[in-house]
Design a protein around this ligand. Structure first.
Ligand SMILES: O=C(O)CCC(=O)C(=O)O
Ligand SMILES: [Fe+2]
Length: 228
């Protein structure tokens, strides 16, 4: 008799990301550096050039404000001690660089641009962090309803590292004991919603406190349906 010792409830499905060590996108060749299948995590190098990273930081740095989290009761955005970065958003298509990145992301993920939220930029200074959390919305909480009404549940996250962090600032997955060290131009993908609408609890993750230097990232969340 087969016994499910792992106590797993999430059913894993084939990756959307192409196989192989190198992936040719229409404007870049990117190198896959790590693939994990449970949970699904893919790390690629060379997703952005240094000058694209610098340009993105340059246009974001003047419009940062303190990061918020969703209040699960009201659906409003609130400040929270677990998330101490500053950030900003770009609308889809907001400028040429954003447009190019959105096309590249959509090609890497084999998923429609229209399902993407606007790119979020975050800056963490020394001591700032984002404590472990899920990027999907808890379906049973009243505060999730407004978010879920704009394109449905999130299915995946792509984090773009825009600079090198002198020390600290890893993206951590505590339940699988994984830390990813930021590298300028690299992209970290993880997915957590399958076609059965199950969400993967192993994708609990956070941004560890920066110990030295600054950390800049851009984040693209994909929704199940078109995001409006
Ligand atoms: O800072 C990180 O590495 C993680 C960021 C993150 O989890 C998020 O933006 O949702
Ligand atoms: Fe997150």
């Amino acid at each position: 008799m087969e016994t499910n010792l792992s106590n797993e409830s999430y059913s894993y499905e084939p990756s959307r990301i192409a196989p192989g060590n190198l992936i040719q996108l229409s404007d870049r060749l990117v190198n896959v550096r790590l693939r994990l299948s449970r949970p699904e995590i893919v790390l690629v190098d060379g997703f952005m050039t240094d000058s694209e990273c610098n340009e993105l930081i340059g246009i974001a740095q003047h419009k940062l404000s303190p990061s918020t989290v969703v209040d699960l009761q009201s659906g409003g955005k609130i400040l929270h001690e677990g998330r101490t970065s500053e950030g900003t958003y770009f609308h889809r298509n907001e400028n040429t660089l954003i447009q190019q990145l959105e096309l590249r992301i959509s090609e890497l993920l084999n998923f429609p641009i229209e399902n993407g939220e606007g790119i979020q930029i975050l800056r963490y200074k020394i001591g700032e962090e984002y404590r472990p959390h899920f990027d999907f919305f808890p379906e049973q909480e009243p505060g999730s309803a407004t978010y879920l009404s704009q394109g449905g549940q999130r299915i995946s996250t792509l984090i773009l590292y825009l600079n090198e962090v002198e020390d600290g600032g890893e993206t951590i997955f505590p339940d699988i004991h994984l830390s990813v060290i930021p590298r300028k131009g690299s992209a970290l993908y993880f997915s957590y919603l399958n076609s059965l609408n199950q969400t993967d609890p192993l994708t609990l993750h956070g941004g560890a406190p920066v110990k030295s230097g600054e950390k800049w990232i851009a984040t693209k969340w994909m929704r199940k349906n078109e995001y409006k």
